[in-house]
Structure formats: structure tokens, C-alpha cells
Design a protein around this ligand. Sequence first.
Ligand code: FMN
Length: 389
Amino acid sequence: MAQEAAGKMVIPLMTPYKMGQFELSHRVVLAPLTRCRSYGNVPQPHAAVYYSQRATRGGLLIAEATGVSATAQGYPETPGIWTQEQVEAWKPIVDAVHRKGALFFCQIWHVGRVSTNELQPDGQAPISSTDKQISPDTLSRARTSRFPRTQDTESGMVYSKPRRLRTEEIPTIVDDFRRAARNAIEAGFDGVEIHGAHGYLLEQFMKDSSNDRTDEYGGSLENRCRFAVEVIDAIVREVGAHRVGIRLSPFVDFMDCVDSDPIALGHYMIQQLNKHEGFLYCHMVEPRMAIVDGRRQIPHRLLPFRKAFNGTFIAAGGYDRDEGNKVVAEGYTDLVAYGRLFLANPDLPRRFELDAPLNKYDRSTFYTQDPVVGYTDYPFLDDSTKNNL
Ligand SMILES: Cc1cc2nc3c(=O)[nH]c(=O)nc-3n(C[C@H](O)[C@H](O)[C@H](O)COP(=O)(O)O)c2cc1C
């Protein structure tokens, strides 16, 4: 830990940072976390309690993955932002976060083939870059991995065979993303995070294990990234680069999405982001952790991307307090996003500041539908502040 001249300990995670036009008072970001409590794809009032519990003055929260259209769903009761009803339902949630002085970004996604016919309108096949189904092997592998566990990995769910999007359909999906970004701003969010990670639709196009197309959206790296680049360009035109971030996971192999050259993929995408003056942030997911010298270690392989990117860099995946302080102090990243620890510790920044003990997360309630249990009932250090909206 660095020593300040006055002799006070500096906690790197608790130092201020300017992200574009936004003044952050600390570097502890709430990672996007799907919680499956938005009944009928409409965000609910209990989300206002959950998010505002995690809001701090000058903190950055990223909302759970939020569908851009009726075909975007892959898990039960996940929120959307394509109808006016959904936009209206988000407004009081965003207000509750803003009242606490925090910034709130909406992560927008389309799951592509990580879905089933039952979750699709009229029981249709999920759409994708490909008609290749996710192999059942993937699910058993995911069940034993630490990251990222989603509902399917626990329930043993099998995804339906997808339908390959026709070339001429792609502009419609790009437009769904554009409209979702506009809706997010209308709902009051400070910006949007494009979900370009974890094997969902954008990655299904980007990575060569899941893109077997022969049109201009398949084949070369440039072609495979074309769809994601079109989404980025459309959203930047719609809401301005200063309000747009993206999440990428070139090294992660979730949902059968693997690239034979993740370094080239990551660099190509960073170059595309840099073309937009003021593109706000790049949020990258660490590769799987390794056990080195008997200790769990994050491999820290994102540095070349961080160096190449002109905007704010956020790293995520497996961080604790010490590791987060270390990477901020070293300049490896600007901000650190916390998933499971923030889920279980609504006052995580304060606990980090005090180096206080943490609540343990309960995996069994990650994706259950209860509006309270495992959602808003994790205790605060000082429980009297719990429902202080
Ligand atoms: C319950 C749960 C839900 C998640 N939902 C999302 C999501 O909606 N979008 C996303 O990009 N990542 C999602 N992830 C991944 C997290 O954002 C994060 O990258 C992951 O948990 C690793 O970080 P951690 O070690 O700090 O938990 C989810 C993870 C968990 C545990």
C-alpha cells in the first residue's frame, strides 16, 4: 500500500478517478450481474432497493444484462429495454441510484444461441451467427469451472439449435441495439455498456469457433468483428461516444465461444474503439485463474489491451481487495469491477476502505426469483443503513 506524505495510508481502490466527463470517487465498480428477478422481462421495484443498496456517492454501477429485443432472452425473468413499459419501469430504479450520487450504466445484450425455443417469441429457434448448437459438453465443463456460472450450468439446461441469421437480417439487430441504447438514456441511465463478452450474440460472430459464415460477416477477423463494429458505430452515433462502454472477453471460452487468436481479436476490437474519439470505457474479463505456487492467481494478461486503448480500462474476474489494490497501484487498470463480492456485500467499497470482513456469497440464490432472499437481504456492516434509500 502506498504511503502518503502526511503518513496516511492510501488505498488505491479508494482513490478518485475521472472517467471521461464523470468524476468517480473510488475505483470499485459493480459488475453486471444477471439476477433473474424482472418478472415478465420488466424490471421490478425490488431492483431499486438492490441497486441503491450498492450505490455510493461517485461510485459506478453497471446494471445486469438487459435485452434489446424479444429474441434477446436466454434466462428466465431477465429485464429488457425494448418496450416503453420497460423504460418506464427502469426510471424509478435509475432515480434511486442517482439519489445516492452514483453513476449507472445499462448493460445491453442479445444472447443469440444461448437460449431455447421456449424463451423465444412464438417458440421460434434462437438466432445466431451459426446454426451450430452449443454442445452439452460445454455445460458439464462450465459446471466445474469457477467462471462465470449461470443458471444453465447449475440446472443442466440444454440450449436449442439456433437459426443462422441471414445477411439481410443483420441491420435489424444492429438497429435493436441502437434503439435499446436510446431507451436506456431515456430511462435516465448515464450510459450503456455493450455486452460483447461471454459467448453471447456479439461474441458468436467475433470468435472463429462459433462463426462459420461465408458472407461479409464471417471468415476474416475483420468480417467476424463487422457485426460488433456496426453495433458500436450505431450506438455511438445515437448517444455519443462519451456515454458508451463495451465488455469484451477475448480469452474466455464460455458457451463454446473460443477464438484461435484472442490477442489479435482483442487488439482489433481496441483499434475499432479508438476510432471513436472519447469512447468511454473498455471492460475486459480476465482469463481463467491459475493456481501458481499453491495460490489462486489472476493471470493479468490484459495489459497490452489496456496500453493500446485510449479510454478508461476496467478489469474484472476473480479480484479481491488486495489484488484490486495491486492492479490499480501498478497502473494495470483504472477501475476494477467486482461481481460475486459486490453481490454479497452491498457496502463493498466501505468494507474495502475499512479492510472489514466480507459476507460470503450464496450461489444457490444467484438466479432465484425471490425479491428479497439472496438479493436485498445481505447484511451491511452497520445494518442500520440497510434500507436507507
Ligand atoms: C450471478 C452472476 C450473474 C452474472 N451476470 C452477468 C451479466 O449479466 N453480464 C455480464 O457481463 N457478466 C455477468 N456475470 C459475470 C460477472 O460480471 C463477473 O465478470 C464474474 O462474476 C467474475 O467476477 P467476480 O470474480 O468478481 O465475481 C455474472 C456473474 C454472476 C456470478
